[in-house]
Design a protein around this ligand. Structure first.
Ligand code: MG
Length: 386
């Protein structure tokens, strides 16, 4: 007699964003494997209500609600409610909130001590030391959803960590891989939002165009896999078929490949490493050859070098790097700075920053707020000077 596998209870934070919607697709596709028991959204009450009724979700919360918002029945509001849901009894908490706003719910999930599947690289960058210390204290396991880190996790499964010589993150190069450098000043938000291979939310798409995304991912990989920065490299791979690879000390290289589709790493993380049938499209390597790989051009994409130096500096520098970038992306989208000013704004914030205490949430939030203030003041000055 065979017993059915118990359904995994999933809590989804950031349910209405790009990753959250794709996580809902995965849960809907495998109703005998997953049960959505808690869902949190930022401000889209109507979308959260649709998810709540579709999946019969027990607890929901909207972080920012206004009096006119359409809410699911029984929906709670505010950050404290979001953190309570993050700490609910569940088999996996999926963090899909964009940016630094995810810090409190992520820490609440980690303190609860279960499996935390995270797509939010910004939290590991802004507070890597704090997150790792809290996970060590509670016994929580962090499972990556970011496609490159999911790839590395897959390549490293069953391997002795001491046999790894290098992690190599692939990057598509975004929409401006071959655009003449002298035209970067005139890049518009619409142009930067047109990603060639991945369909993602706006923040990560702009980050892909500057390659700040790959910079953030280098720091994310350092914290996820306890790997020194000198052993983390980046390669441009325009078609995003190879999601990343690992070099081992015996000369062997193990890569993970697939048609770009975030539902594959999402399903793998929600199922805690079990491979479910038919999640992503079929890939035949003969259909995608030849695969092209290029070095990163540091003049075109200074973000990767800046990220590496920021990671080596450590302390709260990665927090400033992340916050300054989030604020600069917001300014670019609002027409308050140029595309080619995003990375220099982040570098300026890092140069002006005096370090603080990276081991407490208050220290992290203070550095985050300082960096945002620095970028706002400097974009305002630049606008006034034009
Ligand atoms: Mg990624």
């Amino acid at each position: 007699m065979t017993h059915p596998t118990p359904r995994r209870r999933v809590v989804l934070l950031g349910a209405t964003g790009s990753i959250g919607r794709q996580a809902c697709d995965v849960i809907a596709r495998f109703p005998d494997r997953f049960e959505l028991v808690g869902a949190v959204a930022g401000s889209d009450g109507a979308a959260l209500a649709a998810i709540a009724s579709r999946f019969g979700v027990a607890r929901t919360a909207l972080v920012h609600s206004d009096p006119r918002a359409v809410l699911p029945p029984g929906c709670e509001t505010g950050m404290d409610a979001a953190c309570e849901i993050a700490a609910m009894e569940a088999d996996v908490v999926c963090v899909a909130i964009t940016g630094a706003a995810a810090i409190r719910p992520t820490l609440a999930a980690i303190d609860a001590g279960g499996a935390v599947a995270t797509a939010t690289k910004e939290v590991l960058v802004m507070a890597g030391e704090l997150v790792k210390a809290r996970a060590a204290a509670s016994g929580a396991r962090i499972i990556p959803i970011d496609s490159e880190h999911s790839a590395l996790w897959q390549c490293l499964r069953g391997e002795d960590p001491s046999s790894v010589s290098r992690l190599v993150l692939t990057a598509s190069g975004g929409p401006f891989l071959r655009r003449p450098l002298e035209t970067f000043a005139s890049i518009t938000p619409t142009e930067a939002l047109a990603h060639p291979t991945w369909n993602m939310g706006p923040k990560v798409t702009i980050d892909s165009a500057t390659m700040m995304n790959k910079g953030l991912e280098v720091i994310e990989a350092h914290f996820l896999f306890d790997t020194a920065y000198a052993s983390i490299d980046v390669a441009i791979h325009p078609t995003s078929i190879v999601h990343s690879w690992v070099e081992f000390r015996d000369g062997a290289v193990v890569a993970q490949m697939g048609v770009p589709d975030m539902r594959v790493p999402i399903a793998l993380a929600l199922a805690d490493g079990e491979r479910l049938a038919g999640v992503g499209p079929h890939l035949d390597l003969r259909d995608v050859s030849p695969l092209e790989f290029l070095p990163v051009d540091g003049a075109r994409f200074p973000a990767v070098t800046l990220a590496r130096a920021t990671g080596e500096r450590g302390g709260l520098a990665p927090c400033v790097f992340n916050a300054a970038n989030e604020e600069a992306v917001t300014a670019f989208m609002a027409g308050q700075c140029r595309f080619d000013e995003i990375v220099p704004l982040v570098a300026g914030a890092l140069a002006a920053f005096d370090d603080g205490d990276a081991s407490t949430l208050d220290g992290v939030l203070a550095a985050d707020a300082w960096a945002r203030g620095f970028v706002r003041a400097n974009t305002a000055d630049a606008m006034a000077a034009r």
